[in-house]
Design a protein around this ligand. Structure first.
Ligand SMILES: *Cc1c(COP(=O)(O)O)cnc(C)c1O
Length: 385
């Protein structure tokens, strides 16, 4: 067979192409009506009150960290099993990242480990937590909220892997990732390997009007033209810069693609779940470890399908020979040379490190064909026998 199968791939339809062409022919290439349309549609999709479209997921994290007030001396807790941007946003604002280990069953930030950290230090030592819905597994934010309230912490949910996923809370309610009920802020990415592709793009969601207003300003240089916010007013041209903001705007071309992509988001999640189920079945009762989410706990968004194997490098190399480009998510962030300079080292987080030594993300994207998936399964099982 002559497939070339990546671990993730965008799905662009003819409707998506037409939506971008229409934006190109319109009056606005940026700062036009499609931004608001995308924000409103996205807020509705995840069940949040407000959404702020930004240039990418990393910019979203940076603005969130600014909005909650991360600064020199701030200490923020996050997971080592994530893309480094989840941690880097703290450093952008001069704060300090403190990692806590993951739960081996899910590879998500382990709330018990976070508790231990919090109990060890006087109240006020930490300012916030950045939990990640790793791989698309929705983290139980109700429990994190209780803990955060006890210690007066904010929560920024990194939901890049999980638009469309939800967990079930203690009142049996479905809580969609990024709906803003338990987290103060949530962020998403529209990089092509994520669920919704804009080329580059990001979104922040929240139910907090004050944070929302701040984020809108910070996205565009900290500038406002809102009559209610101006301290003076010299005329129609007048604006004021109130904060040291950035240009983290999304373009209308990207927003047009986002709006169009969003229309098929549920369809694509359904397909991802179908693919996951087939993998689960194929690997049941084999030496290939899988990490499914118990159905009664909610819905996994399956950005990634991660298996655990003893000879991970062997399997990775073998699959590549068959043109199957599996990936590793993630090298623990605390072991990156940038972070080891602050004293983090191998052995700090045994669960995260054990997980990393065995994890491999198999191809998982909505346009993966049955034939391609059969081929992947066959090669994995053959190697792992
Ligand atoms: C992709 C990703 C980001 C960063 O998003 P970009 O749009 O690439 O900047 C942050 N956190 C996680 C968990 C991600 O997967």
């Amino acid at each position: 067979m002559s497939f070339k199968i990546p671990y993730g791939r965008q799905h662009i339809t003819e409707d998506d192409v037409q939506a971008v062409v229409a934006a190109l022919k319109s009056d606005f290439l940026t700062q036009g009506p499609r931004i608001l349309a995308f924000e409103q549609a996205f807020a509705q999709y995840v069940g949040a009150k407000y959404a702020v479209a930004v240039a990418n997921g990393t910019a979203a994290l940076h603005l969130c960290a600014l909005a909650v007030g991360v600064e020199a001396g701030s200490k923020v807790i996050t997971t080592p099993i994530t893309f480094s941007a989840s941690a880097n946003c703290v450093g952008y604002c001069g704060g300090e990242v403190v990692f806590a280990d993951v739960d081996p069953k899910t590879a998500l930030l382990d709330i018990e480990k976070v508790k231990v950290l919090l109990e060890k230090s006087p109240k006020g030592t930490y300012q916030g937590i950045i939990p990640v819905d790793f791989a698309g597994y929705p983290i139980n934010l109700e429990k994190f909220r209780q803990l955060a309230d006890e210690y007066e912490l904010w929560i920024i949910e990194d939901a890049c892997h999980a638009p469309g996923g939800y967990f079930v809370d203690s009142k049996e309610q479905q809580q969609y990732c990024g709906n803003g009920l338990y987290a103060d802020l949530a962020i998403f990415s529209f990089h092509p390997v994520k669920h919704i592709a804009c080329g580059e793009g990001g979104m922040i969601t929240t139910n907090d009007k004050v944070l929302y207003d701040q984020l809108v300003q910070l996205r565009s240089h900290g500038i406002t033209k809102s009559p209610g916010l101006l301290r003076e007013n010299h005329g129609g041209w007048y604006y004021e810069m109130h904060n040291l903001g950035y240009n983290y705007r999304l373009t209308d071309l990207q927003a047009a693609l986002g709006v169009s992509q969003l229309q098929r988001a549920d369809e694509r999640i359904a397909r991802r779940r179908e693919i996951a189920e087939k993998y689960d079945k194929a690997f049941a009762n084999t030496s290939v470890g899988v990490m499914p989410m118990p159905a009664q706990q909610g819905v996994h968004a399956y950005h990634l399908y991660v298996i655990q194997v003893n000879d991970r490098k062997g399997l990775y190399d073998d699959l590549r020979q068959h043109q199957i480009f599996a990936q590793v998510h993630y090298i623990p962030v605390h072991l990156q040379p940038y972070y080891t300079q602050f004293g983090w080292k191998a052995g700090d987080f045994p669960q995260a490190e054990q997980y990393y030594s065995r994890c491999l993300s198999l191809p998982m994207f909505p346009t993966l064909s049955n034939e391609e998936q059969d081929f992947v399964i066959e090669k994995v099982l053959k190697f792992c026998q």
